[in-house]
Design a protein around this ligand. Structure first.
Ligand SMILES: Nc1ncnc2c1ncn2[C@@H]1O[C@H](COP(=O)(O)OP(=O)(O)O)[C@@H](O)[C@H]1O
Ligand SMILES: [Mg+2]
Length: 143
């Protein structure tokens, strides 16, 4: 459990998350699942990860489009797939968007917000990261 008190710390957290996931060798895609309520910081950390992967375009929350795919400048993860499952009713809807094909591609880093909505689609090697917040000054992260 680590406290994230401010946005400056988000940079270090994103760095540590990338370092951690880099240690594991996957056959297919690398998947990060960010659990946590509205305002916990899921999108904020995802944006910082995107920045560190060299994504230059603005990463916005994919709440209404469900999924966005970005090209990175990173050698290991050539694409970052950002998914917001909040508006999905069933995990089948994610499968209809081609999720299983994306999972097969080693070049993909898949980041999922609201993973509890699609829990049964998540591969067993998903990096599950839990965010919690009481108010804007008390944020914690577990990974
Ligand atoms: N660690 C943090 N320190 C300060 N503000 C934060 C932090 N994480 C998120 N915020 C702020 O909280 C708001 C909501 O964060 P967001 O990342 O959109 O949450 P989520 O995606 O979990 O709903 C944003 O305005 C963001 O700037
Ligand atoms: Mg969000």
């Amino acid at each position: 459990m680590r406290k994230i008190l401010n946005l400056e710390e988000v940079e270090q957290i994103a760095k540590d998350i990338l370092e951690k996931i880099n240690k594991k060798i996957n056959k297919g895609a690398t998947v990060i699942a960010f659990y946590g309520d509205l305002g916990a910081g899921k999108t904020t950390i995802t944006k910082e990860i995107a920045k560190q992967l060299g994504i230059l375009v603005k990463v916005v929350s994919p709440t209404f489009v469900i999924m966005k795919i970005y090209k990175t400048k990173n050698d290991k993860y050539k694409n970052m797939v950002h998914i917001d499952a909040y508006r999905l009713d069933k995990s089948k809807e994610l499968l209809n968007l081609g999720f299983n094909e994306m999972l097969k591609d080693k070049d993909n880093l898949i980041v999922i917000e609201w993973p509890e909505r699609v829990e049964d689609c998540l591969p067993s090697n998903t990096h599950k990261i839990k965010l919690d917040h009481k108010d804007d000054t008390k944020r914690v992260i577990k990974f």
